[in-house]
Design a protein around this ligand. Structure first.
Ligand code: SAM
Ligand code: FES
Length: 347
């Protein structure tokens, strides 16, 4: 087997590597070359720009019971909240003034919000802020629902596949959920015309290196515009409360690998990465990430969107969070831009 630097050079040139080579890079202790080539590739596509998305976590009700997630239906200790359309529009107003040109509406799978309510929210945001993109992250829906949100003006959809291995998927989710349906959703979204985001957790319980290679292979099939990855972090009131957090090093290696395999992709430095290390997001940006997603939700409900323990940014106002991230991006040597931040497929 070639050494790590030779494998890295080949991944960079071919945008692909063998399964065994990918496993070596995912686990690499010395990854200077991987970081360097990922930073160079990102510079070719996106320069120093880091895009910002205003994240509005509008409901923590969820009908699902994913074993890793703090807002799972089975967590009866979780206090629940929902934002009204007016609340959401107020977040957008504040966000627009702060320079956000993308709003991400994320929530649990909450059937209280009918398709027509979601369409009403999307079309109000689009008519109030025609120069902004609306991203939805509402989980699995029927194709008709995705189509109606798109027709109402939604531009993008985030739905992580979580793991591309059937057996592993079964260990993370209840029997009522299936990888097959998750994939069906992702391909429907793509066909409808959304810019699609997928991704996975790093270090989720029972995950193997082979599983991570399957994740990369699935992404090669889907070719999503956005790829969100972050470390798994346990939540005490879930069946996975006693498991270890995902590794920082492995997450950073995977960000760099993703940048080399999918040079065009929008890759966030996630809140989960900032939670496992005080400088996690800066490190993520240096490793190849080019998006940050500060929280725009009202401070009063932030702590309640508790997917995992110790989540950061739950006490800050939107303006503080944005300012904080702007400084962090600068420290990493990049610049936060006021831009709708569409994908650059071209090169
Ligand atoms: N319901 C939507 C969905 O399923 O896509 C959006 C909300 S869901 C809570 C958003 C993401 O949070 C999931 O895709 C998952 O990867 C991540 N997440 C949930 N629990 C987590 C945990 N314990 N550690 C790290 N990430 C977690
Ligand atoms: Fe939220 Fe720093 S990004 S406080």
């Amino acid at each position: 087997m070639d050494d790590i630097n030779t494998i890295t050079d080949r991944l960079s040139a071919d945008r692909d590597a063998s399964d065994d080579e990918l496993k070596i890079l995912i686990d690499a202790e010395k990854s200077d070359r991987l970081r360097e080539l990922a930073a160079r590739r990102r510079m070719e596509y996106y320069g120093l720009d880091v895009y910002t998305r205003g994240l509005i976590e509008f409901t923590n009700y969820c009908k699902n019971n994913c074993l890793y997630c703090g807002i799972r239906a089975g967590n009866s200790d979780q206090k629940r909240y929902r934002l009204s359309k007016d609340d959401i529009l107020a977040c957008c107003r504040e966000g627009y003034e702060l320079g956000f040109r993308t709003f991400v509406l994320q929530g649990g799978e909450d059937l209280y919000y009918t398709d027509s309510m979601i369409c009403g929210i999307v079309s109000s945001i689009k008519s109030g802020y025609p120069d902004c993109a609306v991203t939805l992250s509402l989980g699995e829906k029927e194709r008709e629902s995705y189509q109606s949100f798109f027709d109402a003006g939604a531009d993008r959809y985030l739905l992580r596949h979580e793991t591309a291995d059937e057996e592993h998927y079964g260990k993370l989710h209840p029997e009522s959920m299936s990888l097959k349906n998750r994939k069906r959703c992702l391909f429907d979204l793509k066909e409808i015309g959304y810019q699609v985001g997928s991704g996975f957790m790093v270090g989720s319980p029972y995950q193997t290196l082979d599983n991570l290679v399957s994740d990369l292979r699935f992404l090669q099939e889907l070719m999503p515009d956005m790829i969100g990855i972050g470390p798994f972090i346990p939540h005490e009131n879930t069946p996975f409360g006693g498991f270890e957090r995902g590794s920082l090093k492995r997450t950073l290696n995977l960000i760099s690998i993703l940048r080399l395999m999918f040079p065009y992709a929008l890759i966030p430095a996630t809140t989960a990465l900032g939670t496992i290390h005080p400088l996690g997001r800066e490190m993520g940006i240096k490793a190849g990430a080019n998006v940050v997603m500060p929280n725009l939700s009202p401070v009063g409900v932030r702590k309640l969107y508790s997917l995992y323990d110790d989540k950061i940014c739950t006490g800050e106002e939107a303006a503080e969070c944005r300012g904080c991230l702007e400084r962090r991006v600068q420290t990493a040597g990049y610049r936060l831009t006021v831009d709708i931040g569409n994908v650059k497929r071209g090169l």
